[in-house]
Design a protein around this ligand. Structure first.
Ligand SMILES: C[S@@+](CC[C@H](N)C(=O)[O-])C[C@H]1O[C@@H](n2cnc3c(N)ncnc32)[C@H](O)[C@@H]1O
Length: 296
């Protein structure tokens, strides 16, 4: 069996197939997504760069905008193109977290467990906010997306029992992020049965709830937090049929591609950093392509 991915910089025509279910496209999402025809993908699952949280080390990077308004506008514009390439019955699952103002610190040191936390820049406290304020950037983005035409269908809380400890003494430790589910149309593909959860007595099943308890998953190859497969799996199972095409415009270490393989879907992933493309390729080699074959 060959590697479960095809890799290059061309987007169209699609090259992913049953034997090579993941297509990795190296480049900037703002250029690459534009090359994809309308209504091509069943479902999009992604986690974009958070505002002022990571330094991905290239100029014009999303997440390094001087103001939150610019950041939100950049993502809304990028996700407008996601809406264009999504089928009319498609859904978009967006993982994002709120952040705090930097309190006037212009940089941040790496820490032993997470080298990727090092930042050569930190944005100033946004106008209208104070040092130490919680920035509700996740909801700002969700509201802006809604205004842009998306149907905002669910705000799912990703509760992380093993969240990063914080040294704060005057507030509680953040242990959750958001997963917003958007649709392109009023009615859309949603396989409710595929993600039902057990009832409390374990004898039956019920509709999945909006708080998902999922531990973060260590990724030995990556210096940033890859999202866990268990967070992505329900999105893909509910949001696409077997064999369907999943898009991750910020592929990072390839988690969405891995879950696509494990659940019998195909994945188109875009990633700007060559180092991360290499990490994604390594991780994809460890996924189980035979599951995909069985599902077809
Ligand atoms: C939060 S990480 C995604 C992590 C991913 N969910 C995983 O499990 O590994 C965001 C990713 O977006 C990539 N990225 C940032 N700006 C980009 C752009 N303009 N085009 C494509 N990828 C970009 C970063 O290099 C990073 O890998």
């Amino acid at each position: 069996m060959s590697a479960p991915y095809v890799n290059g910089s061309s987007v169209w025509p699609l090259r992913c197939s049953a034997s090579e279910p993941v297509q990795i496209v190296s480049g900037d999402v703002r250029e690459k997504l534009a090359l994809l025809p309308d209504e091509t993908v069943h479902c999009c699952v992604t986690s974009p760069p958070y505002w002022g949280m990571r330094d991905y080390g290239y100029s014009g990077q999303i997440g390094a905008e001087e103001t939150i308004d610019e950041y939100v506008a950049n993502l809304v514009s990028c996700f407008r193109d996601v809406r264009r390439v999504l089928r009319s019955d498609g859904t978009f699952w967006l993982n994002i977290a709120n952040t705090y103002t930097s309190g006037g610190r212009g940089w941040r040191d790496k820490d032993a467990k997470n080298q990727g936390r090092a930042m050569s820049y930190r944005p100033d406290t946004p106008a209208g906010l104070k040092p130490k304020d919680l920035i509700g950037v996740a909801w700002m983005l969700a509201m802006a997306m809604q205004r842009d035409g998306w149907y905002l269908r669910s705000d799912i809380i990703w509760y992380k029992p093993n969240c990063q400890p914080e040294s704060v003494k005057d507030r509680v430790t953040v242990s959750h992020e958001y997963l917003f589910m958007f649709s392109k149309s009023e009615s859309y593909y949603f396989d409710q049965q595929a993600i039902k959860e057990p009832t409390a007595d374990g004898k039956g099943s019920k509709n999945k709830r909006t708080v998902w308890q999922v531990n973060t998953e260590p990724c030995k190859e990556a210096h940033f937090a890859a999202f866990p497969r268990a967070l992505v799996r329900p999105c893909i199972l509910a949001g696409s049929p077997k064999g369907g095409l999943i898009l991750d415009p910020f592929l990072g270490s390839g988690t969405v591609g891995i879950v696509a393989i494990e659940t019998g879907r195909r994945c188109l992933g875009i990633e700007v950093k060559p180092d991360y493309v290499d990490i994604a390729k390594q991780r994809l080699l460890g996924a189980s392509p035979q599951l995909f074959m069985e599902c077809l």
